[in-house]
Design a binder for this molecule. Sequence first.
Ligand code: COI
Length: 355
Amino acid sequence: MATMDTIKVTKASTSRRGNVDFSKLAFGKVFTDHMLVAEYANGAWGLPEIVPYGPICFDPSMATLHYGQTIFEGIKGYRLADGTAAVFRPEDNFKRFNRSARRMEMPDVPEEIFLGGMKKLIQVDESWIPQDYDHALYIRPFMFATDEVIGVSPSTTYKFMIILSPVGPYYAAPMRIYVEEHFVRAAPGGVGYAKTAGNYAASLHPAAVARARGYDQILWTDANEHRYVQECGTMNVFFVLDGKLITPGLESGTILEGVTRDSVIKVAGDLGIAVEELEIAVDELSDMYNTGRLTEAFGAGTAATIAKIAELRNREQVMAFDPENAPVADRIKQILTEIRDGKTVDLRGWMVPVA
Ligand code: COI
C-alpha cells in the first residue's frame, strides 16, 4: 500500500498561483496546480498519484452521470501562527466519508490514500494556503462510480480524487432564511446523513425559490409534518435559548453529522455554555422568540464556518436577530478561529500537521 512518501508526483510545468488575486477569492472558483487521483478496480485500490490539475476524460455511459453514485467531503487547511500548515479534524471527515460510501454501496477508501494523499497534495501546493481572516484552503475529496454501463447496479470501478481550492467566506453577510414547508431534504431511512451529490442537487430548486423570494437559504424541516427543524441550507443549525445552545439531534439519520457542528458543541462545553441536542419544533421556536427567550441563530459548516442568521421567517412571523449582538456565536467563532490559526491551545489535537 502507498505511504505518503511513495505517492508518485508529476509536477505541473508552470504554476498558476501568481495569476490569482488572493484578496478577491470567492468560494470554490479557483483550484491549485495539482490534484490526487486513485482508481479502484477488481476489488482493490491502485496506487494514488498526484498530477497537474486538469480535465478528466470519461465515457458518456459512466454510471455516476446517470445514477449519482458519488460522495464527497469538505475540509479546511490553514497556515498556523508558527508558519506550518495544518488541517482541521481530517480524521473525522475521513470516517464520515466512509460512512457515506457504505450507504451508497461504494468501497471504503483506505486512510493512506485519503489522509496520506491529502497531506502529500497539500505539501505540494502549500503556497496556495491563504492567510487572511476567514480564508482557508478548502479540500474537496470525492469518489464516483466509473463503470461504463447504464444498468442500475453498484459500479465495480471507482475514482477517488482530491482537489484544493483557496477560499474566502461562503456567506458574505448574515443570512435571511425561512422555514421550508413544502420541499423535503431527507426522510428517515434515506440518505440525509450521507454526503452524497443527490442531497445537494435536490436542494438547488428549493434554494432557487428561496432566492427568488429574497432569501439566502431555507431551514429544512422533517419530511412527515414539516414541524421539526433539520438543518439550514448546507449547514447544521444552532439556536441560543435562555443562554444555552440547542441543535437538532442526529438520531433520525436525516441530518448531516457535521464536523463543525461537533466542534461548536465541544467549544461551547469548554466555555461553560450548556448544549442540548434535541427535537426542535418550529412553532416552539416561534413561542420562545415571542417571549424573548430565543436570542441567536446561526449555521455551522466547513464551508460556512459560523454563519449568523439575521432573519428567520416562520409563515407570517419574522424572527429578527441582531448579528451585532450575538455573543454566543461570536465567542465560539473566535475560539474556533484561534484554534485554526494556531493562536490558542489546541486541547484536542484538532489541527493535524501537513508535514
Ligand atoms: C461544506 O461545508 O464543506 C460543504 O460541503 C457544504 C457545501 C459547500 C456543499
